[in-house]
Design a protein around this ligand. Structure first.
Ligand code: ATP
Length: 257
């Protein structure tokens, strides 16, 4: 649960794509330790908000502060490495010929070694790091419920299992903040439960703060401590899940249909 301190502060964020005002001055505070749900109709600016916070798109105005530090102009890799701040994309990406543990160790190596060449250096300290990464990979395979398929090349796993593996990969570098873009899209109900449990475990036991975009609103309302609603690039509501589902403006703009 949150201790009330600021993890991510978004101030007056604006982004135009030509004539389209994707974000029209959005303010959001994400508190350390919370799961914040982000909902809104298609095209309301949710993914653009993630893109501008993580350096994939440059905003036209506004600021993004991570633990009080202005990261608005930081490039993506600096945000991920120094900020311990990661995001997922709607498309799942895994290394298809590697099994779960190999995928996870590689994800850990890519983030914990200072540069690509050093991942090939097999000195004693590198061996120790790889062995620590293998230990963490095994724990994450257990946590995400992937043990039964862990020996398969990731390319032979189902789409939902690949999503779980991608989620576990994001946890390898011990991030503090993760933005998840539609983690449940296209996966079956049994795996939906596993994804939810994995997010809850990472939040409660590993202390990871989450912002989650998800169109499955029933699940999102259960998972989130607080929910922000975007509509036409502006914030329409910012409240508890219980209050958001009863908000007449939110019902009209999004939940009603
Ligand atoms: N790279 C881009 N170039 C031009 N317009 C874009 C680009 N990315 C997004 N847009 C436009 O910006 C607006 C917001 O899009 P965005 O993808 O952020 O919405 P969203 O809420 O994530 O939608 P969805 O729920 O469908 O994923 C839309 O009108 C979209 O068409």
């Amino acid at each position: 649960m949150t201790d009330g301190t600021s993890m991510l502060r978004i101030e007056g964020l604006r982004k135009n794509y030509g004539a389209v005002a994707a974000l029209q001055g959005v303010d959001i505070e994400v508190r350390r330790g919370e799961v914040l749900g982000l909902i809104g109709p298609n095209g309301s600016g949710k993914s653009t908000l993630f893109d501008c916070c993580t350096g994939l798109q440059k905003s036209d105005a506004g600021r993004v502060l991570l633990k009080g530090i202005d990261i608005t102009d930081w490039p993506m890799n600096r945000i991920a490495r120094e900020g311990r701040f990661l995001r997922s994309f709607q498309k799942t990406v895994v290394f298809p010929t590697l099994d779960c543990e190999e995928n996870l160790v590689l994800a850990g190596q890519m983030s914990s070694f200072p540069n690509v060449l050093s991942t090939f250096w097999i000195g004693p300290s590198a061996k120790r790091r790889v062995s620590a990464l293998r230990k963490r990979a095994k724990e994450l395979i257990e946590i995400t419920g992937l043990s039964r398929v862990a020996h398969l090349p990731a390319g032979n796993m189902s789409g939902g299992q690949q999503k779980l593996l991608q989620f576990a990969s994001m946890l390898m570098p011990e991030p503090e903040l993760i933005l998840l873009d539609e983690p449940l899209a296209g996966i079956n109900p049994i795996l939906i439960e596993k994804v939810i449990q994995s997010i809850e475990h990472a939040n409660r036991e590993l202390g990871v703060t989450f912002v989650v975009i998800e169109h499955n609103t029933d699940v999102l309302m259960n998972l989130s401590h607080r929910v922000v609603v975007l509509h036409q690039g502006a914030k329409l509501a910012d409240d508890t899940p219980e209050a958001v589902v009863k908000n007449p403006e939110v019902i009209e703009a999004y939940l009603g249909g």
